[in-house]
Design a protein. Structure first.
Lengths: 76, 222
């Protein structure tokens, strides 16, 4: 089985890289880009039957730093 | 004083740290990240700067899960001293020994220069050789030194006099210009600037010397 983990900076944590991308888009003439947030997508190839709680533990212990990041799990 | 310097794949300030500690009189052992225990009777563990594990995932995240870090957390739990510099500071936040996190610099650039710092408190074994409010100059060399912490924890750090160094001018986006802080028992210090790069006249400055001298002196006396 496969799962995807999306890791994003929490709302309210300034994302300097996202801001830089937003400025670059504006410089390219793309008007109206009001915000850009940049995160990570992690694909996991897992033993069949791995439950979502185990994946959440992986996120809490390593994949995300929950001080500044939130995550979302998608089991495929 | 017995000190251990942790070496990860990608550490690059480990030898400088050992030289600075030895010059201050410490008996230094280097320990490899796969070691599951520290040498006997170690007083201080130093986690040096560098790019442990290539900064993969997040700076310090993989290192924080290494076998030696479990031993470092146990050492801190017993009241042992820990000094984390630069990548070492990032490792300490990732292990949870220090609160908050270090994000990409707000200006997105790697910053490598000597900066003015203010010593905010002399009430730690690391800073008793300085005066509170004293200005010192130390080198910084980092891409991810933008310290962030939630407002409630920041208020607690301020109330408990745990902010140890601040940048004299805004540098990298750090909240309250924080450059270094201690744990609640004041024995775990994390800082982005490099005191070990300012201990010899040949370095261009010696403002880091007092940190090592006082730390080694106090722990020997204890």
């Amino acid at each position: 089985m496969k799962a995807r983990v999306y890791v994003m900076l929490k709302t309210g944590v300034l994302d300097p890289q996202g801001e830089a991308v937003r400025h670059a888009l504006a410089n390219l003439g793309f008007d109206g880009v009001q915000g850009v947030r940049q995160g990570k997508l992690i694909e996991l190839d897992l033993a069949d039957g791995t439950d979502e709680a185990t994946i959440a533990q992986m996120c809490d212990k390593l994949l995300a730093n929950t001080v500044i990041e939130s995550y979302r799990i998608e089991v495929l | 004083m017995r000190a251990a310097v942790v070496v990860f794949p990608g550490s690059n300030c480990d030898r400088d740290m050992a030289v600075a500690l030895r010059a201050a009189g410490a008996d230094v052992t280097m320990v490899w990240h796969k070691d599951a225990s520290l040498p006997d009777a170690v007083d201080l563990v130093a986690i040096p700067g560098g790019f442990s594990f290539g900064d993969y995932l997040r700076c310090g995240a993989i290192a924080a899960q290494s076998p030696i870090c479990r031993a470092v957390v146990a050492h801190a739990g017993r009241g042992g001293y820990v000094l984390g510099v630069c990548n070492g500071f990032q490792v300490l936040t990732e292990t949870g020994l220090l609160p908050g996190a270090l994000m990409r610099n707000s200006g997105l650039k790697f910053i490598c220069k000597t900066v003015d710092l203010v010593v905010e408190t002399a009430n730690t074994a690391f800073t008793s050789g300085y005066q509170a409010g004293q200005g010192i100059r130390l080198p910084v060399a980092h891409h991810d030194g933008n310290y962030t912490v939630d407002p409630a924890t920041l208020a607690r750090l301020q109330d408990e006099d745990r902010i140890v160094f601040r940048y004299a001018q805004p540098l990298n986006g750090s909240v309250a210009d924080i450059a270094g802080l201690v744990s609640d028992n004041r024995r775990v210090l994390g800082m982005m600037p490099h005191p070990e790069r300012a201990v010899d006249a040949g370095h261009g400055g010696t403002d880091g010397q007092a940190l090592f001298r006082e730390l080694v002196g106090q722990v020997v006396a204890a």
